[in-house]
Design a protein around this ligand. Structure first.
Ligand SMILES: [Zn+2]
Length: 311
């Protein structure tokens, strides 16, 4: 599997910290290779200061730290370790546990755990384009298993809602509650109006045509999994991959972090026809300051929208 995009490929492109910093500078520069200097308020050339991960405006001396605003902002590790970590998400497409990162990147467990989550935070779709054509929707429940050796009571399962474009992309969201308001908000956010939606017999979906989405369903209760073109088998298939990944690589995930793992599964699914994009897209996002800033804590669960929006 590693033949497609080897770590050597990556390390030839970015052999050391300087190359990584230079790539971030290029990503923030204009077409002439100059960057807006906040002090001069004009595009300027910046010169590397070699004793620090820093560049300096050649005109006014303003110092710019290219790692600021990226997930590597506070890192003390060689930046090539971050590249190796990103590459693991390509070679281990059934999940990259903190143990794998710890072993392969040679960092402590705590550092590995944090790195994993920071890389996963890049996998959320920044500006999702609506799903079209035929979309399958379904909800499932994840987690709720007793941790080995734990005396704590079995935690509640967390609801996850999914939309899958047939033959195309998937999006899944961990939700606080499965109700009409939440599901309709997510459908409106993720699915183009007028798209045909297939689901199971859950009564929540019967109001979809009224909201502008032609709808049909299969009766799972009566063991009906397919009627002509109507089925949710592709969505169900994705749920099994999600559960296999979580059980296989992560064993147990807390509801607060669940969205991260869901995003990882969707990110990989959406690049299944061209896996090299796993590395390319992650690098493209990692080597530029994030517009909305680096996520500090867990992504949490999607809250139920207020009543006014949920008509
Ligand atoms: Zn300047």
């Amino acid at each position: 599997m590693t033949r497609g995009y080897t770590i050597e490929h990556l390390l030839i492109r970015y052999p050391d910290d300087d190359a990584v910093l230079e790539a971030i500078m290029q990503n923030t520069a204009d077409t002439d290779g100059r960057m807006q200097c906040p002090t001069c308020q004009a595009p300027r050339e910046f010169r590397r200061i070699h004793t620090r991960k820093c560049y300096q405006c050649t005109k006014c001396g303003h110092q710019h730290y290219p790692l600021a605003g990226t997930i590597m902002a506070r890192t003390k590790l060689p930046l090539t370790k971050w590249l190796r970590a990103v590459h693991l998400f390509y070679t281990h497409r059934s999940g990259v546990s903190a143990q794998i990162l710890q072993r392969e990147i040679e960092v402590t467990y705590k550092v590995a755990w944090r790195m994993g989550h920071q890389i996963r935070s890049l996998m959320a779709d920044p500006n999702p384009d609506p799903l079209r054509k035929i979309v399958e929707v379904d909800e499932t429940y994840v987690g709720g298993r007793k941790r080995a050796g734990s005396k704590k009571p079995i935690p509640k399962k967390t609801a996850v809602f999914g939309t899958l474009e047939r033959g195309g992309r998937v999006r899944t969201t961990a939700v606080q509650q499965v109700n009409k308001a939440t599901l309709f908000t997510l459908i409106q956010e993720n699915v183009e109006l007028g798209t045909t939606i297939y689901s199971d017999e859950h009564s929540l979906y019967t109001k979809l045509p009224k909201a502008g989405y032609p709808h049909d369903s299969v009766l799972h209760k009566a063991h009906e999994w397919r009627r002509g073109n109507v089925t949710t088998n592709a969505m169900e298939g994705h749920w099994s991959r999600v559960k296999r990944t979580i059980r296989g690589a992560y064993v147990w995930v807390s509801p607060q972090w669940l969205q991260s793992y869901l995003d990882e599964c969707s990110f990989l699914h959406n690049r299944r026809h061209c896996p090299a994009l796993v590395v390319e897209d992650l690098l493209a996002r990692m080597l530029r300051p994030l517009s909305s800033g680096v996520r500090k804590g867990p992504p949490g669960l999607r809250q139920t929208p207020s009543r006014s929006r949920a008509k």
